[in-house]
Design a protein around this ligand. Structure first.
Ligand code: PRP
Length: 200
């Protein structure tokens, strides 16, 4: 079973720790502004309606927290945890559920909140699962969309940023469980020498 790090970073050598260089791709300021606009767009589509946010653990946590505060009105949260195996073109598309939702989504206006849309296999699995549960509305908000990596035919209803096919960390996204707490979204690269550094 591939680990989180091996899934997205082809240059990681097991057991060999290399230096990492981070370059800011999207600053926290830009994220904040974009999340505010996304929230306005979502509220325009669902005025005066309770919105049930479903965060996909763990990467979506920071985005969900900020989006929820910008949405205003009646908002509730729930979380689901899934793992997907294989991210390449030969992917089986297998997705495993680690933790299901705590409460029913039947009859609710549900917004699935994802940090990143990559192959789309995870989202495809989730949409099929949730549709069966008969929500009133089922929409998707993603902060980052790596359009060129798509395998499954899925789209988000609300997208923060379309990004290039780079290994990104920060604002919830990790590299080997690190960097989730960075305020910016950064591209991480493994350098030959030197300390980890953050370049603006
Ligand atoms: C990321 C992300 C999505 C999924 C998208 O989760 O949060 O759930 O990958 O990839 P896909 O479009 O190729 O299916 P990840 O497995 O990295 O777990 P994490 O959120 O806990 O970091």
């Amino acid at each position: 079973m591939p680990t989180k790090a091996t899934k997205r970073s082809p240059r990681v050598k097991p057991g060999h720790r290399e230096e990492e260089t981070l370059r800011v791709l999207i600053s926290h300021q830009r994220i904040r502004e974009r999340v505010r606009h996304m929230a306005q767009e979502i509220r325009r589509d669902f005025p005066n309606e309770p919105i049930h946010l479903v965060g996909v653990l763990k990467g979506s946590v920071l985005f969900l927290a900020d989006l929820a505060r910008e949405l205003g009105g009646e908002v509730s949260f729930d979380f689901i945890s899934v793992s997907s195996y294989g991210k390449g073109m030969d992917s089986t598309g297998e997705v495993k559920m680690n933790k299901d939702l705590d409460v029913t989504i039947e009859g609710r206006s549900v917004l699935v909140v994802e940090d990143i849309l990559d192959t789309g296999l995870t989202l495809k699995y989730l949409l099929l699962l949730f549709e069966e549960r008969k929500p009133k509305h089922l929409r998707v908000a993603v902060l980052l969309d790596k359009v060129e990596r798509r395998i499954a035919d899925v789209k988000a209803d609300y997208t923060g940023f379309v990004i290039p096919n780079e290994f990104v960390v920060g604002y919830g996204l990790d590299y080997d469980e690190r960097y989730r707490n960075l305020p910016d979204v950064c591209i991480v690269r493994l350098g030959p020498r030197g300390k980890t550094k953050i370049e603006a």
